[in-house]
Write a protein that binds this ligand. Structure first.
Ligand SMILES: *[C@@H]1O[C@H](CO)[C@@H](O)[C@H](O)[C@H]1NC(C)=O
Ligand SMILES: *[C@@H]1O[C@H](CO)[C@@H](O)[C@H](O)[C@H]1NC(C)=O
Ligand SMILES: *[C@@H]1O[C@H](CO)[C@@H](O)[C@H](O)[C@H]1NC(C)=O
Ligand SMILES: *[C@@H]1O[C@H](CO)[C@@H](O)[C@H](O)[C@H]1NC(C)=O
Length: 338
């Protein structure tokens, strides 16, 4: 018992000193020129030098730093878009993209909603050729100018945000998801459309981690003190699912070039949110909690990882329709009345 009394104030002390540090905003680069000179951001960047194997003669490809190679051919600007979904997809994950198009993609791309897959570049010619065909066929591929790998996920996210900001900023809501997440679109719609307008103003939500600390163990998720000197990360929305708006994405897009890029894209967006004074709330965490995958409980989950082996278009439609009867129990406290 006594121990607790010692530990709690100590933790508090750490937290307070961390807050003070963060006032200095060590991770914010004040000088834009520094950012511009240390990354490819904003500079021209010749594809042919990096991917000599790949022919880039297609007129869909644009060769500028923050620009894209391949635009999705979707019409966004002159329409009233309710929900724009941006899936951060790995170049090689053709199958997941197909699964998405066959399940929740059916609901996320229609007159009022749009779906876009954000990809990087691959040096695998066969994969790239398939992507070109896929893009031709579905017209929903945004392929940007960076090597598609885990370490470049922040770049993938930035490009998605930049695209939203330039071409679809009028979208009432924007959903950013990983390509292994299944979205229960019915729950999503109910949730978004029932939010009070005060909350939709600066909407940036999902599963919010607060007081998370960087791992200092040299692992995949480890980060050195040099890269990130503070004890705590800022509050951030956990990477797989982010809900926001076109307007907020425009604010992010303006701020991002002024900041030093950070390897974990979700933490990075937390830094941007903090800089923009957007407060993150944990109030909806229950809705985004990944409680494992059980087909019986399908209607209760908004999202789940590694689930595409179990879900077919048919099961998905069942899940989608079941919501009309309000069968969801576990997630009930967090769900809007269905
Ligand atoms: C910004 O960067 C430039 C070029 O590196 C440098 O000359 C200048 O002193 C920097 N300004 C600040 C405020 O750090
Ligand atoms: C688009 O799909 C969503 C989700 O299924 C649905 O709620 C909405 O009514 C559809 N919009 C139109 C115009 O059909
Ligand atoms: C692609 O790049 C990786 C790492 O840079 C390399 O190991 C691999 O051999 C390359 N593949 C091809 C087809 O060039
Ligand atoms: C992407 O990741 C690779 C490998 O980690 C790295 O060499 C490259 O500089 C990164 N950035 C871009 C723009 O491709």
């Amino acid at each position: 018992m006594k121990c607790l009394f010692v530990i709690v104030p100590l933790v508090l002390l750490f937290y307070i000193s961390d807050l003070q540090n963060s006032l200095v905003t060590l991770y914010h680069i004040v000088n834009n020129t520094e950012v511009l000179s240390t990354t490819e951001r904003g500079t021209t960047f010749n594809v042919r030098n990096i991917f000599p194997l790949i022919k880039t003669t297609s007129k869909d490809f644009i060769q500028k730093g923050r620009e894209y190679y391949r635009h999705p051919k979707i019409n966004c600007v002159n329409n009233n878009i309710n929900i724009l979904s941006i899936v951060k997809s790995s170049a090689k994950n053709e199958r997941l993209r197909l699964a998405i198009r066959n399940t929740w993609g059916k609901h996320s791309s229609n007159v009022s909603n749009r779906l876009v897959f954000s990809l990087g570049r691959t040096n695998d010619t066969a994969v790239q050729q398939r992507i070109e065909k896929e893009a031709e066929m579905y017209k929903d591929i945004l392929q940007s100018n960076f090597i598609d790998n885990y370490l470049n996920l922040t770049i993938k996210t930035e490009r998605g945000i930049h695209w939203v900001s330039q071409y679809c900023a009028g979208a009432r809501f924007v959903l950013f998801v990983d390509d292994d997440v299944i979205v229960n679109f019915k729950v999503l719609e109910k949730f978004l459309f029932s939010l009070p307008s005060a909350e939709t103003q600066n909407l940036f939500t999902g599963y919010v981690s607060a007081h998370s600390r960087p791992y200092r163990d040299g692992s995949k998720f480890g980060i050195s003190v040099k890269e990130y000197p503070l004890t705590f990360y800022p509050p951030y929305v956990s990477g797989p699912v982010v809900l926001t708006t076109g307007k907020v994405m425009q604010m992010f897009d303006k701020e991002i070039p002024k900041m030093k890029r950070f390897v974990f894209e979700d933490v990075f967006l937390g830094m941007v949110a903090e800089k923009l004074h957007i407060k993150l709330s944990q109030k909806y965490n229950g809705l985004f909690d990944h409680m494992g995958w059980n087909v019986k409980n399908l209607p209760c989950f908004l999202t789940s990882h590694q689930a595409y082996t179990k879900i077919t278009g048919e099961i998905y439609e069942q899940m989608y329709n079941m919501h009309a009867n309000g069968v969801c129990k576990q997630a009930k406290p967090f769900l809007p009345k269905l």
